[in-house]
Design a protein around this ligand. Structure first.
Ligand SMILES: Nc1ncnc2c1ncn2[C@@H]1O[C@H](COP(=O)(O)OP(=O)(O)OP(=O)(O)O)[C@@H](O)[C@H]1O
Ligand SMILES: [Mg+2]
Length: 359
């Protein structure tokens, strides 16, 4: 995968554009969901941050992998940067602010930004043939007219290596892999520059996952696509992404080039995630040491309401009073590598002492 621009030195912390190298510039992005409560103490609404003050860039023609466990806010980031849900902060696409944008300008930009979802069975209308599914965005955005529409449908199906014979079929008549190819073809129909791929392989068999990942990488090279590749599977993210952002409980806790994250990760959460990835070579596989996860860790930390300090404090074996009181900022650790951890220097030098068991 081409790695032309890399990160912009360090995680951006202000709202200033970092130049034209990045197609997407995300600053202080926050998403809050509010739900109604049926309570008799007068409080009828509860708000919760799903994403809080997230900052990253995606350079043109590159892939940023967004990893983190279920509920960490990955999909919310994807939806927010496409302006599909309400969000605060700033998202600049090709230099243009898109948060809050609507009407004709947003409609026009929609052709350049697409999303492919996890489960094609849910994202493809079962009552429509493949031909109708792929025609929809072409007609809605007036990309082609008359016989040009079906020519374009055939062209994008060809790009995802599907025979045009599938045009007359319904989604249930296709395999899982073919359905996901149709979903990718539909996204390609508007000739986008940028695609959010949200867990696009997780509903597929392992052998088919590899085919879809290879297809995506070929398409990226051929069409010059910029991708946000969301997955909880670090193994797949590594294959696809030049850059990786690790999310925990709505925050990006580590951001860097793929090799930096794999060879030199520094955040205890990233290290715990990496320990859980099975090695492709069983002979080299080591037993997870769980050195970066408290022995009593549960996922409970993800579900409670954040009340200050580091988001990883309940699961981190190195938590100190400072971690409980002050939230660490995402700060530069090396060129293009940023970490949000108070104890990053000790972790780098291997001198961080475990505080597990301390009160
Ligand atoms: N529509 C919604 N209304 C209320 N809360 C929501 C909504 N969508 C997501 N959430 C909550 O926001 C948080 C982040 O959810 P999100 O779906 O973005 O996480 P995710 O990392 O994509 O998880 P997964 O890996 O399971 O897809 C979770 O706590 C989730 O329960
Ligand atoms: Mg999700």
């Amino acid at each position: 995968m081409a790695m032309s621009a890399g990160l912009q030195g360090e995680a951006p912390s202000d709202g200033v554009s970092s130049g034209t190298a990045s197609l997407l510039e995300v600053r202080h992005l926050s998403v809050t969901y509010t739900r109604r409560l049926a309570r008799n103490d007068g409080q009828t609404r509860e708000s919760r941050h799903a994403v809080r003050d997230v900052n990253f860039d995606v350079p043109r023609r590159e892939t940023l992998g967004l990893v983190g466990e279920s509920g960490s806010g990955k999909t919310s980031v994807g939806l927010a940067i496409l302006n599909l849900i309400a969000a605060a902060g700033s998202v600049r696409f090709d230099g243009q602010e898109i948060l809050g944008l609507h009407g004709a300008t947003m409609r026009q930009l929609r052709t350049r930004m697409q999303m492919v979802f996890q489960d094609p069975t849910a994202s493809l209308d079962p009552r429509m043939t493949v031909r109708r599914i792929v025609r929809m965005p072409i007609k809605a955005h007036r990309i082609a007219t008359g016989t040009g529409i079906d020519d374009l449908v055939a062209e994008v199906l060809n790009k995802v290596s599907l025979d045009t014979a599938v045009m007359s079929r319904y989604p249930h008549q296709l395999s899982g892999g073919q359905r996901q190819r149709v979903a990718i073809a539909r996204a390609l129909a508007t000739a986008p520059d940028f695609i959010v791929c949200d867990e696009i392989t997780s509903s597929l068999d392992v052998s088919v996952q590899a085919q879809v990942v290879n297809l995506l990488m070929d398409l990226q090279a051929d069409l010059g696509l910029t991708l946000l590749f969301i997955s909880h599977n670090l193994g797949i993210v590594r294959q696809v992404s030049g850059l990786i952002a690790v999310m925990y409980y709505g925050r990006v806790v580590e951001l860097g080039q793929s090799e930096q994250i794999y060879a030199n990760s520094l955040h205890p959460y990233t290290k715990a995630l990496l320990e859980a990835v099975p090695s492709p070579d069983p002979a080299l596989e080591t037993r997870p040491t769980r050195a970066y996860l408290r022995a009593d860790a549960t996922t409970a930390g993800l579900h409670k309401v954040w009340s200050g300090g580091c988001v990883y404090q309940d699961r981190c074996p190195f938590t100190t009073d400072l971690c409980r009181r002050v939230e660490p900022e995402l700060g530069a650790s090396a060129a293009g590598h940023s970490v949000a951890c108070h104890r990053v220097d000790e972790i780098r030098t291997g001198t961080a002492e475990c505080t597990e068991g301390d009160s």
